[in-house]
Design a protein around this ligand. Structure first.
Ligand code: ZN
Length: 243
């Protein structure tokens, strides 16, 4: 069984199309939130995602902001402009789709959340201490998160200890999880690990293995769309460098 795990599309349709095409046929698609924000094609990305087979999807902080659930002041100035632009461009159908998303989901052996299991919409898992605490906030063996836009695995090497380790992952790497772990596939539409290629993961539940991938797409085309849409230039510039 092949399950596509992807996150942080950020209205970048070209990156999303590249990921879907590279992933090929999948049995299910699990999206970890932030379908919108920063990029120029929020409605097209939502339409594409909602048509995927056996879709599970959780709400991200930019999705929540587009719905007015989060105060604008929680974002920096350019992100605020992006939230306002998205609010003005979302169709009624896109808005309804986002409104129906849960902030956390459990499916079999896996919990899905955008930020973290403790604070699904907002918390960033960027260090071992925060990850360690979060292992107490989900009951399944695995948890998939997004939000930091960094492909990474936090894991407990042995069930006998409370030790937590982490590992950044590279394109094509396969990780087989034997204990408990929190995994982040990276970002489709705005990678921040200094690699501009779109990131995604394929999960095989039979043996708990996760394959991490990167795929290139036409960044220049998306940058031009961002300029034309009148969105902040910073969100175009950063796509070339992956930050
Ligand atoms: Zn994001």
């Amino acid at each position: 069984m092949r399950i596509l795990i992807f996150s942080d599309i950020h209205a970048n349709l070209a990156a999303l199309e590249a990921v879907l095409s590279a992933a090929g046929d999948v049995d299910a698609a699990w999206c970890l939130g932030d379908l919108v924000g920063y990029g120029p094609n929020p409605n097209e990305c939502i339409e594409r995602v909602r048509a995927l087979p056996n879709l599970l999807c959780v709400l991200g902080n930019h999705d929540a902001a587009a719905l007015g659930y989060i105060e604008l002041s929680a974002f920096n100035y350019e992100a605020q402009l992006s939230v306002l632009w998205t609010q003005n461009h979302l169709t009624r159908s896109s808005e309804l789709f986002l409104r129906n998303l849960p902030d956390k989901l459990q499916n079999g052996d896996v919990t899905l959340a955008h930020g973290s299991p403790r604070n699904p919409v907002w918390e960033y898992l960027l260090d071992l201490q925060t990850a360690d605490i979060n292992f107490d906030y989900f009951e399944t063996r695995l948890c998939f998160v997004g939000h930091t836009h960094l492909p990474i695995v936090f894991y407990r090497p042995s069930p006998m200890t409370n030790e937590v380790n982490w590992k950044t992952v590279y394109d094509g790497e396969v990780i087989r999880i034997s204990g408990r772990a929190i995994l982040n596939p990276g970002s489709v539409g705005q990678p921040r690990d200094h690699n501009p290629m779109a990131a995604y993961m394929i999960f095989h539940p039979e043996d708990s293995s996760c394959e991490f991938f990167r795929v290139s797409y036409n960044v220049t085309d998306v940058q031009e769309r961002i300029y034309e849409a009148g969105l902040p230039l910073r969100h175009a510039v950063r796509l070339s460098e992956g930050w």
